[in-house]
Design a protein around this ligand. Sequence first.
Ligand code: ATP
Ligand code: MG
Length: 391
Amino acid sequence: MFRAFLIKYAEIGLKGNNRYIFENALRDRIAGVLNPLGTYNVRKEQGRVFVECPENYDYEETVEALQRVFGISSICPVVVIDDSDWDALTKGVGDYVDTMYPDKNITFKVMAKRADKNYPLTSPEICREMGAYLLKRFPELKVDVHQPELRLTVEVRTRVYVYSTDIPGPGGMPVGTNGKAMLLLSGGIDSPVAGYMIAKRGVSMAAVYFHAPPYTSERAKQKVVDLAKGISKYTGRMKLFVVNFTDIQLYIYDKCPHNELTIIMRRYMMRIAEKLAEEENCLGLVTGESIGQVASQTMHSLASTNEVCSMPVYRPLVAFDKKDIVDIAKNIDTYETSILPYEDCCTIFVAKHPVTKPNLKTIRNSERRLEEGIDDMVDMALKTVEIINID
Ligand code: ATP
Ligand code: MG
């Protein structure tokens, strides 16, 4: 029965003169997710976005796609009444109630919005008159203005929109309205969630994965590509940089104390990620780190990995428990991919007893042992980076 959706947004309503930028971004993202599903008409109209669906569209599939668009606070399936003449309008609304609510033993309230100020009735008059009409047509209905079971909204524009269902959207802000960041994306559970959370604030994403063939397999890389695809369902197009990290890792393994390996390796990941981020005009890095989760994420370790870059590093999971991260991963559908058992470049060279309180001076000293070859290796890693376009 629904051929259209009315899209409500929350925070982007607050953006003053920049509002149109947010609305356009929202409209474009909606068009982006619906495009593969068919020919939808997506347009802005006075503080709302409307989606008109093609014939034979799939309702569930459409709602699911819209639920992946950041910036949407709710999705309302609407019935459109073309004729706003009062008799046509009341009949249309009555028919809507009749079809949607076969059991009329419910309480209701009519809410009216009148965008068309030339309409002969004011909003309160529409509410009152419509309520009276419905009570007459369906005598079992009861009015409850405080906690109604049926909250019926009638918006009078050039046409009339009737709806009574608010399907929650993901919230947040449209991707692309808040700059761009570089996500350090591993094959784990955390980093895809971190990327999702930052993207939800309107940030578009690029991602970098440190690959160590042959110690990490093609399957491990494919897993990261799949995770990037999972995130791009929310962010839209995304570039994934695959850095060959093998030589750097072996070199560190060769020259530095093994209990400092993970920390030093993480410092080089951050350095390389920052370089790529600069080239991509990103304004920050994003990681899935969380205080105390593993040895390389104690406060000491984080201080040590943090000091090598000057770009802000966003760690949206910093205070999250693993369980809560897992819940989000399941919700956004990355969990099943993340738990596939392929090796990770960090686990392969991992020491039995990694330092948990790395001392900055000690780490810097150890890194001096890399002076001879490391700059060339970093340059080579940047030069040979593989770029995968995730769509
Ligand atoms: P995740 O579940 O995200 O892999 P983790 O709990 O395994 O996190 P670490 O392996 O210590 O934690 O990594 C911490 C963060 O460093 C990750 O969240 C990710 O942002 C980044 N990272 C780790 N390994 C890689 C890699 N191979 N490529 C890109 N980023 C990585
Ligand atoms: Mg990991």
